[in-house]
Design a protein around this ligand. Structure first.
Ligand SMILES: Nc1nc2c(ncn2[C@@H]2O[C@H](COP(=O)(O)OP(=O)(O)OP(=O)(O)O)[C@@H](O)[C@H]2O)c(=O)[nH]1
Ligand SMILES: [Mg+2]
Length: 318
């Protein structure tokens, strides 16, 4: 076995940290390692936590870690922050917020900014999850900011997807309705110590009830919980709901191991091909100079971008 693979599987923190950084930077060498790590994955339970900036995701994650550690579970935390050009800002805040776990061997916290490459966030998140999984973490908590399509793609690799809102976010509720409603397995109204949480609860309930036919067929009906992450109120109940959802997944078609689910594997392989193709094609066109020449030609009015794109792509794929 490759030395790096061996160290990751043994849970060597420095090796894993370096690997996550290389994934973030889009280093091509990582691919070979990921191939060899794959047989060691498929054991972790992945929880995606998404929501608008500042709703309390990191505070919640920190509390979840504490609860899971009390149950003797090991935990990996991945904070995905595409908005941060370097590991400052929000990520630094997260580090501070989760400081109390920093000396705990059973907890591993890392962030991804995805500075690297065209494959983008979805691919690097997927890879980082695999690394945490191979490392032997029982639970992997993935925090992503936002309520858009990117988040949908990122959380597709999670077993349980949690959407966090706060009271009085009327517009955000609308955004969720338009974008990510269907991916939420559990909805949390955090900061329930603030006014308006009952209104938010009924708004969310109304949205979820619209899909009542699904639930009549026995599909999972997302619970909505009011919590106060910062005071650890409702977090234990929330984790019970995660357990219920895990049980639901285990008992329905597909099961807990996504690597055995045809639809998940199709989805993932499709994404992977897409990302890889874009990367390879852009690399090749940049190296040969064809890309820059086409840009010049478009600017000089010698060619339109549609034709330029066709001229660049067709020779490669045909
Ligand atoms: N009143 C109240 N404040 C809370 C609660 N939970 C978290 N907060 C506060 O909300 C602020 C933002 O919390 P974070 O955990 O950083 O939120 P986040 O969603 O991770 O933020 P980003 O990562 O920047 O998107 C902090 O000041 C928390 O202390 C809560 O239940 N009630
Ligand atoms: Mg955060």
């Amino acid at each position: 076995m490759n030395d790096i693979v061996e160290k990751v599987v043994a849970g060597d923190v420095r090796t894993v940290a370096r690997l996550i950084r290389d994934i973030d930077d889009g280093m091509p060498e990582v691919r070979g390692i990921l191939k060899d790590l794959y047989p060691h994955t498929g054991k972790a339970y992945v929880i995606g936590i998404t929501g608008a900036p500042g709703v309390g995701k990191s505070t919640l994650v920190d509390q979840m870690v504490a609860h899971l550690r009390k149950r003797d579970k090991t935990v990996g935390v991945l904070a995905v922050d595409p908005t941060s050009p370097f590991s400052g800002g929000a990520i630094l805040g997260d580090r501070v917020r989760m400081q109390r776990h920093s000396m705990d061997q059973g907890v591993f916290i890392r962030s991804l900014a995805t500075r690297g490459h065209f494959g983008g966030l979805t691919q690097s998140t997927r890879s980082a999850i695999d690394v945490f999984d191979a490392m032997g973490k029982d639970y992997i908590l993935v925090e992503t900011v936002g309520v858009g399509q990117d988040e949908v793609d990122v959380v597709r690799s999670a077993h349980t997807t949690v959407i966090v809102v706060i009271p009085g976010m009327g517009d955000d509720i609308q955004a969720i309705k338009a974008g990510i409603l269907e991916i939420g397995d559990i909805f949390l109204i955090n900061k329930a110590d603030r006014e308006g949480s009952d209104k938010t609860l009924s708004d969310l309930r109304l949205m979820i009830e619209m899909d009542h036919k699904k639930y009549d067929r026995g599909e999972w009906k997302p619970p909505i919980l009011k919590i106060q992450a910062v005071f650890d109120k409702g977090v234990a109940e929330f984790i019970d709901e995660i357990d219920k959802h895990a049980k639901y997944l285990a008992e329905t078609a597909g099961g807990l191991d996504f690597r055995e689910s045809k639809s998940k594997v199709r989805q993932e392989l499709g994404e992977m091909i897409k990302a890889r193709l874009i990367e390879e094609v852009i690399d090749r066109l940049t190296e040969s100079g064809d890309f820059d020449r086409a840009v010049e030609s478009i600017i000089n009015g010698k060619i339109d971008p549609y034709t330029a794109c066709e001229n660049l792509v067709l020779p490669i794929v045909s």
